[in-house]
Design a binder for this molecule. Sequence first.
Ligand code: PLP
Length: 392
Amino acid sequence: MSSQNPVFIPGPTNIPESIRRACDIPTMDHRSAAFPPLFERAKTGVAEVLKMDAGEVILFPASGTGGWEAAVTNTLSPGDKVLAARHGMFSLKWIDLCQRHGLDVEVVECPWGEGAPVDRFAEILAADTGHQIKAVLVTHNETATGVVSDVAAVRAALDAAGHPALLMVDGVSSIASMDFRMTEWGVDLAVTGSQKGFMLPVGLAIVGVSPKALAAMETAKLSRCFFDFRDMLKLGTPYTPAVGLINGLGASCDMLLAEGLDNVFARHHRIAEGVRAAVAAWGLRPCAVSPALYSDTVTAIVLPEGVDGNALVRHAADAYHVAFGAGLGEVAGKVFRIGHLGMLTDVMALSGIATAEMAMADMGVPVTLGSGVAAAQDYYRTNKAAPVQAAA
Ligand SMILES: Cc1ncc(COP(=O)(O)O)c(C=O)c1O
């Protein structure tokens, strides 16, 4: 028998069986006629998931971090000024990557638990009448804190200031699970990885590139080789592509689009609401400081003083063979995270909530066994899941 449990880390996610099989194909010559149709199917599917009407989808054999690097190095030049907020481990790491590439980052420090500070961005952009800022970076879903930022509002701030900076969005833990609208929000570079909303193994950096970003690529001077968009656009596959993952990506897009993106987002919202109902029943609170910031893909839960979140996560893995997300950076030890993105049902979520309860009780957190499960059950019973589609 298998003792495999679902994972509750915020990526890599659980993988649907049909997508796992789609990745497992016999070796194919990527220079043969068999490859272009599956490559095109994946890219067209991603464009649809990103709600991207124009531009290019570029796939690298890499992870989300490679996508960050590709976005930055293909469109900016050494010394360029970029605007970004630091409010969690991933916004922090993207800023670090920019600084290591010699970019001049204007960092707005925000408490961890808050989102991108739209009003502050608006002031800075309005004051930048010389248009020194070449790009604004937004981490759509800060996975470390479970906080969603308002990308459309950042676009509105750019437009209100008449500012031409590129809008770069890290959608690594939001895209394909939460509402994302590349064209409508005027996003110039959208970055994600295969192992989150697309429910695949890790191994693809997925980047949506707007026509404006493609124009910036022509003059950008940061050095790049492996991540050069120009080689990708000229040659399609300048080096050996991750054929199995690309086939899996096509299958994943088909699955998401068959469910309907609105239904995918609604499913994530429902499941997240059940998790949040459990958190409230435990007498605990999310790290996100207000409901408008709650992420539908991950909840970071603040633990009582004296309880080590990382020890809790280790204990859940050792005692119950279930993986939760540990706290990172400034909130390391203070929170633990329940990932609820990708392939997940409310029944699976209930098992994670039950396990979290057991682990917390073992670690001395004063939770009543069953309280969170009951609160989530109540929520799921009164907000039933959509009818099951033909089995995948
Ligand atoms: C929001 C966000 N950005 C970037 C990354 C980095 O992606 P990767 O680990 O695929 O390189 C992650 C990883 O969890 C993430 O959650």
